[in-house]
Design a protein around this ligand. Structure first.
Ligand SMILES: [Zn+2]
Ligand SMILES: [Zn+2]
Length: 279
Protein backbone atom coordinates (compact mmCIF):
# COMPACT_ATOMS: atom_id res chain seq x y z
CA UNK A 1 0.00 0.00 0.00
CA UNK A 2 1.23 3.46 -0.82
CA UNK A 3 0.04 6.45 1.18
CA UNK A 4 0.82 9.99 0.06
CA UNK A 5 -0.25 13.15 1.83
CA UNK A 6 -0.07 16.56 0.20
CA UNK A 7 -0.93 19.67 2.17
CA UNK A 8 -2.76 21.97 -0.21
CA UNK A 9 -3.57 24.79 2.19
CA UNK A 10 -2.17 25.87 5.53
CA UNK A 11 -1.44 29.05 7.51
CA UNK A 12 2.04 29.13 6.01
CA UNK A 13 3.43 28.10 2.65
CA UNK A 14 6.54 25.98 2.23
CA UNK A 15 7.72 27.32 -1.11
CA UNK A 16 7.54 30.12 -3.61
CA UNK A 17 4.40 30.35 -5.74
CA UNK A 18 2.01 28.91 -3.17
CA UNK A 19 -0.65 30.80 -1.25
CA UNK A 20 -0.92 30.64 2.54
CA UNK A 21 -4.06 31.47 4.47
CA UNK A 22 -5.48 30.60 7.88
CA UNK A 23 -7.02 27.17 7.34
CA UNK A 24 -6.21 23.65 6.28
CA UNK A 25 -6.62 21.19 3.42
CA UNK A 26 -4.80 17.89 2.93
CA UNK A 27 -5.06 15.52 -0.01
CA UNK A 28 -4.62 11.85 0.95
CA UNK A 29 -3.78 9.38 -1.81
CA UNK A 30 -4.05 5.74 -0.87
CA UNK A 31 -2.81 3.69 -3.79
CA UNK A 32 -4.87 5.37 -6.50
CA UNK A 33 -7.76 6.56 -4.37
CA UNK A 34 -7.82 10.29 -3.58
CA UNK A 35 -9.59 11.83 -0.61
CA UNK A 36 -9.51 15.56 0.04
CA UNK A 37 -9.82 16.45 3.72
CA UNK A 38 -11.09 20.04 3.95
CA UNK A 39 -10.78 22.89 1.51
CA UNK A 40 -9.01 25.74 3.31
CA UNK A 41 -10.46 29.23 3.81
CA UNK A 42 -10.86 30.47 0.23
CA UNK A 43 -8.95 30.21 -3.06
CA UNK A 44 -5.69 28.69 -1.82
CA UNK A 45 -6.50 25.01 -2.45
CA UNK A 46 -7.48 25.50 -6.10
CA UNK A 47 -4.47 27.78 -6.66
CA UNK A 48 -1.95 25.55 -4.87
CA UNK A 49 -3.23 22.35 -6.49
CA UNK A 50 -2.66 23.90 -9.92
CA UNK A 51 0.79 25.15 -8.86
CA UNK A 52 1.73 21.67 -7.61
CA UNK A 53 0.44 19.96 -10.77
CA UNK A 54 -2.43 18.24 -8.96
CA UNK A 55 -5.63 17.76 -10.95
CA UNK A 56 -8.49 18.23 -8.47
CA UNK A 57 -10.95 16.63 -10.91
CA UNK A 58 -9.31 13.29 -10.06
CA UNK A 59 -10.43 13.58 -6.42
CA UNK A 60 -12.72 10.66 -5.53
CA UNK A 61 -14.21 11.97 -2.29
CA UNK A 62 -14.26 15.08 -0.13
CA UNK A 63 -14.32 14.77 3.66
CA UNK A 64 -15.10 17.82 5.80
CA UNK A 65 -13.56 17.68 9.29
CA UNK A 66 -16.03 20.19 10.79
CA UNK A 67 -18.12 23.18 9.77
CA UNK A 68 -15.67 26.03 10.44
CA UNK A 69 -15.05 28.32 7.49
CA UNK A 70 -11.27 27.90 7.56
CA UNK A 71 -11.91 24.28 6.47
CA UNK A 72 -14.93 24.80 4.20
CA UNK A 73 -14.51 28.24 2.63
CA UNK A 74 -12.67 26.78 -0.38
CA UNK A 75 -15.55 24.46 -1.30
CA UNK A 76 -16.89 26.62 -4.14
CA UNK A 77 -13.46 26.97 -5.74
CA UNK A 78 -12.67 23.27 -5.27
CA UNK A 79 -16.00 22.09 -6.71
CA UNK A 80 -15.61 24.52 -9.60
CA UNK A 81 -12.14 23.11 -10.34
CA UNK A 82 -13.41 19.53 -10.05
CA UNK A 83 -16.27 20.00 -12.54
CA UNK A 84 -18.05 16.79 -11.51
CA UNK A 85 -20.39 15.21 -9.01
CA UNK A 86 -18.64 14.28 -5.80
CA UNK A 87 -19.72 12.93 -2.46
CA UNK A 88 -18.90 15.09 0.55
CA UNK A 89 -18.70 13.09 3.77
CA UNK A 90 -19.27 14.98 7.02
CA UNK A 91 -21.25 15.16 10.24
CA UNK A 92 -24.73 16.76 10.06
CA UNK A 93 -23.70 19.50 12.54
CA UNK A 94 -21.40 21.11 9.96
CA UNK A 95 -24.50 23.14 9.05
CA UNK A 96 -24.92 24.58 12.58
CA UNK A 97 -24.72 28.36 12.86
CA UNK A 98 -21.15 28.56 14.15
CA UNK A 99 -19.52 31.59 15.76
CA UNK A 100 -16.27 32.33 17.50
CA UNK A 101 -15.01 34.99 19.83
CA UNK A 102 -11.80 36.42 18.50
CA UNK A 103 -8.83 37.45 20.63
CA UNK A 104 -10.30 40.98 20.59
CA UNK A 105 -13.49 39.50 22.12
CA UNK A 106 -15.45 40.20 18.92
CA UNK A 107 -18.25 37.84 17.96
CA UNK A 108 -17.65 36.56 14.43
CA UNK A 109 -19.47 34.16 12.11
CA UNK A 110 -17.25 31.10 11.79
CA UNK A 111 -19.43 28.62 9.88
CA UNK A 112 -19.68 27.50 6.27
CA UNK A 113 -19.91 30.67 4.18
CA UNK A 114 -22.20 29.14 1.52
CA UNK A 115 -25.75 27.85 1.21
CA UNK A 116 -25.94 24.07 0.90
CA UNK A 117 -27.90 24.46 -2.38
CA UNK A 118 -25.07 26.48 -3.93
CA UNK A 119 -22.64 23.62 -3.26
CA UNK A 120 -25.09 20.98 -4.47
CA UNK A 121 -25.59 23.03 -7.64
CA UNK A 122 -21.85 22.61 -8.30
CA UNK A 123 -21.98 18.82 -7.90
CA UNK A 124 -21.61 18.19 -4.17
CA UNK A 125 -23.78 15.47 -2.68
CA UNK A 126 -23.61 15.46 1.10
CA UNK A 127 -23.35 12.12 2.90
CA UNK A 128 -23.92 13.24 6.49
CA UNK A 129 -23.41 10.80 9.34
CA UNK A 130 -22.46 10.83 13.01
CA UNK A 131 -20.86 7.39 12.63
CA UNK A 132 -17.48 6.43 11.22
CA UNK A 133 -17.80 6.33 7.42
CA UNK A 134 -15.72 3.69 5.64
CA UNK A 135 -14.64 5.21 2.32
CA UNK A 136 -12.53 2.25 1.17
CA UNK A 137 -11.58 -0.87 3.10
CA UNK A 138 -8.65 1.01 4.66
CA UNK A 139 -9.83 4.64 4.76
CA UNK A 140 -12.38 5.67 7.38
CA UNK A 141 -13.54 8.80 9.17
CA UNK A 142 -13.67 8.85 12.94
CA UNK A 143 -17.29 10.00 13.09
CA UNK A 144 -18.10 11.61 16.46
CA UNK A 145 -15.13 11.44 18.80
CA UNK A 146 -15.71 10.52 22.44
CA UNK A 147 -14.24 12.99 24.95
CA UNK A 148 -12.20 10.89 27.39
CA UNK A 149 -9.11 12.69 28.60
CA UNK A 150 -9.47 15.18 31.44
CA UNK A 151 -7.09 17.70 29.93
CA UNK A 152 -8.67 18.01 26.47
CA UNK A 153 -11.76 20.16 26.13
CA UNK A 154 -13.63 21.93 23.37
CA UNK A 155 -12.38 25.51 23.01
CA UNK A 156 -14.69 27.72 25.11
CA UNK A 157 -14.46 30.55 22.56
CA UNK A 158 -16.48 28.60 20.00
CA UNK A 159 -20.25 28.87 19.84
CA UNK A 160 -23.39 28.02 17.94
CA UNK A 161 -26.18 30.55 17.62
CA UNK A 162 -29.60 29.19 18.50
CA UNK A 163 -32.65 31.45 18.82
CA UNK A 164 -30.42 34.51 18.62
CA UNK A 165 -28.23 33.34 21.52
CA UNK A 166 -24.70 32.04 21.56
CA UNK A 167 -24.25 28.67 23.27
CA UNK A 168 -21.02 26.67 23.62
CA UNK A 169 -20.44 24.62 20.46
CA UNK A 170 -19.97 20.95 21.44
CA UNK A 171 -18.32 20.48 18.02
CA UNK A 172 -19.72 16.99 17.63
CA UNK A 173 -19.00 17.46 13.91
CA UNK A 174 -15.24 17.35 14.58
CA UNK A 175 -13.75 14.32 12.84
CA UNK A 176 -10.44 13.09 11.47
CA UNK A 177 -9.50 10.88 8.54
CA UNK A 178 -7.84 7.54 9.31
CA UNK A 179 -5.86 5.37 6.93
CA UNK A 180 -5.15 1.85 8.06
CA UNK A 181 -1.69 1.33 6.61
CA UNK A 182 0.70 -1.63 6.68
CA UNK A 183 2.83 -0.02 9.38
CA UNK A 184 -0.07 1.25 11.48
CA UNK A 185 -2.54 4.09 11.40
CA UNK A 186 -2.06 7.35 9.55
CA UNK A 187 -4.33 9.95 11.13
CA UNK A 188 -5.08 13.22 9.34
CA UNK A 189 -6.56 15.85 11.63
CA UNK A 190 -8.60 18.88 10.63
CA UNK A 191 -8.53 21.13 13.68
CA UNK A 192 -8.35 18.42 16.32
CA UNK A 193 -11.04 20.25 18.31
CA UNK A 194 -11.86 17.09 20.31
CA UNK A 195 -8.22 16.78 21.32
CA UNK A 196 -5.43 14.95 19.52
CA UNK A 197 -5.27 12.20 22.15
CA UNK A 198 -9.04 11.66 22.23
CA UNK A 199 -8.92 11.41 18.43
CA UNK A 200 -6.07 8.88 18.40
CA UNK A 201 -7.65 6.64 21.04
CA UNK A 202 -10.90 6.75 19.08
CA UNK A 203 -9.03 5.87 15.87
CA UNK A 204 -7.48 2.83 17.58
CA UNK A 205 -10.86 1.74 18.81
CA UNK A 206 -12.75 1.88 15.53
CA UNK A 207 -10.00 0.30 13.43
CA UNK A 208 -8.80 -2.29 15.94
CA UNK A 209 -5.22 -1.21 15.06
CA UNK A 210 -3.11 -0.11 18.03
CA UNK A 211 -0.02 1.09 16.17
CA UNK A 212 -0.12 4.78 15.27
CA UNK A 213 2.47 5.51 12.64
CA UNK A 214 1.86 9.06 11.45
CA UNK A 215 -0.22 11.99 12.69
CA UNK A 216 -0.61 15.08 10.51
CA UNK A 217 -2.74 18.24 10.69
CA UNK A 218 -4.25 20.72 13.12
CA UNK A 219 -4.01 19.89 16.82
CA UNK A 220 -5.75 22.93 18.34
CA UNK A 221 -3.06 23.31 20.99
CA UNK A 222 -3.00 27.04 20.22
CA UNK A 223 -4.73 27.94 23.48
CA UNK A 224 -3.50 24.94 25.51
CA UNK A 225 -1.78 25.35 28.88
CA UNK A 226 1.78 24.13 29.34
CA UNK A 227 0.36 21.34 31.47
CA UNK A 228 -1.91 20.16 28.64
CA UNK A 229 0.95 20.28 26.16
CA UNK A 230 3.16 18.22 28.50
CA UNK A 231 0.42 15.63 29.06
CA UNK A 232 -0.14 15.46 25.30
CA UNK A 233 3.57 14.92 24.63
CA UNK A 234 3.71 12.12 27.21
CA UNK A 235 0.68 10.38 25.73
CA UNK A 236 1.92 10.74 22.13
CA UNK A 237 5.15 9.02 23.23
CA UNK A 238 3.19 6.37 25.07
CA UNK A 239 1.13 5.73 21.92
CA UNK A 240 4.37 5.30 19.97
CA UNK A 241 3.70 7.90 17.26
CA UNK A 242 6.52 7.60 14.70
CA UNK A 243 5.98 10.79 12.71
CA UNK A 244 4.25 13.98 13.71
CA UNK A 245 3.54 16.80 11.26
CA UNK A 246 1.59 19.57 12.94
CA UNK A 247 -0.23 22.39 11.19
CA UNK A 248 -2.59 25.30 11.47
CA UNK A 249 -4.17 25.70 14.95
CA UNK A 250 -1.24 24.03 16.75
CA UNK A 251 0.33 27.41 17.44
CA UNK A 252 4.05 28.17 17.57
CA UNK A 253 4.59 27.60 21.34
CA UNK A 254 3.13 24.07 21.21
CA UNK A 255 4.82 23.32 17.87
CA UNK A 256 8.24 24.27 19.23
CA UNK A 257 7.80 22.05 22.29
CA UNK A 258 6.69 19.14 20.07
CA UNK A 259 9.68 19.78 17.79
CA UNK A 260 12.09 19.56 20.74
CA UNK A 261 10.42 16.46 22.13
CA UNK A 262 10.09 14.52 18.88
CA UNK A 263 13.28 15.59 17.09
CA UNK A 264 13.57 14.00 13.66
CA UNK A 265 10.09 12.50 13.95
CA UNK A 266 8.63 16.03 13.94
CA UNK A 267 7.97 18.30 10.99
CA UNK A 268 6.03 21.45 10.43
CA UNK A 269 3.33 20.53 7.95
CA UNK A 270 2.65 23.57 5.79
CA UNK A 271 1.25 24.18 2.29
CA UNK A 272 3.19 22.32 -0.38
CA UNK A 273 4.51 19.64 1.99
CA UNK A 274 4.33 16.18 0.41
CA UNK A 275 5.06 13.07 2.36
CA UNK A 276 5.01 9.42 1.48
CA UNK A 277 4.15 7.49 4.56
CA UNK A 278 5.20 4.04 3.49
CA UNK A 279 5.76 2.04 0.35
ZN1 LIG B 1 -12.25 24.76 13.75
ZN1 LIG C 1 -9.22 25.39 11.83
Amino acid sequence: MQIKLTTLSENTAGRVGLLAEWGLSILAEVDNYKVLLDTGLSMSVAHNAAALGIDLSKTDKIVISHGHRDHTGGLIDVLTAMRKEVEVVAHPDIWASKYSRTFGNQEEYAGIPFAREALEGLGASFALTKQPAWITDCVVTTGEIAMRTEYEQIDANLYVKEGGELRPDPLRDDLALIIKGDAGLVVVLGCGHSGIINTLIHAQEITGEQRIHTVVGGTHLIRASREQIDLTVAELKQLGVQRLGVSHCTGLPAASILSQEFGDAFFFNNAGRRITVQE
